[in-house]
Design a protein around this ligand. Sequence first.
Ligand code: E4P
Length: 220
Amino acid sequence: MKFFIDTADLDEIREAQDLGVLDGVTTNPSLMKSASEKAGRKLDFHAQILRICELVDGDVSAEVTAVDFDGIMGEAHALARIRDNVVVKVPLILEGIKAIRALDADGIRVNCTLCFSPTQALIAAKAGAAYISPFLGRVDDISADGLKLMEEIIMIYGNYGFKTEVLAASIRHPMHVVQAALLGADVATMPLGVIKKLLNHPLTDIGLERFLSDWRQYQD
Ligand code: E4P
């Protein structure tokens, strides 16, 4: 399973990178806004994506904001020119699906974002998306089952041998990651806080404290 960090903040990306287990980055317009607020200035979008690509060898998702075919195509081509590892994020709307098909033909990889149903995921795969991003947490937020959605997508893709990778998005806590891994999701994108929580276990802390205390007594 690949681990991506869901942020546009360079410090967070560096911190995750230092762990040595980071495979890529996902960003979105809201995360760009948060990174700008933290920096105290409006970060230039393309320049920030380039900085991220310079830090991380793996795929870096950068999202278009146009919602019409020509606009999406123009933004996607400009983003793809930033660096080879840029994957263009396109929303799961009618014009987006048309654009995914055309971008695939142009050799530009797309992360199809804002997926909330198996039918959306099926169409995105048929259009040639490199990744599909079901938003687990946002589905759970409306009292539905985000993991069930992802399970159905994985089953459908398996039935037909689609190459589109399933990227578990909108992850809120470690159990989302565990369930995504059990279901066989290709990628999990997480905030830094969730990546760190994957490590935590109170018995590890208690066990280590006891080992170190016994070691000190053994040295005396
Ligand atoms: C995915 O690529 C999105 O950037 C992200 O996971 C959305 O998560 P949120 O629902 O926590 O905003």
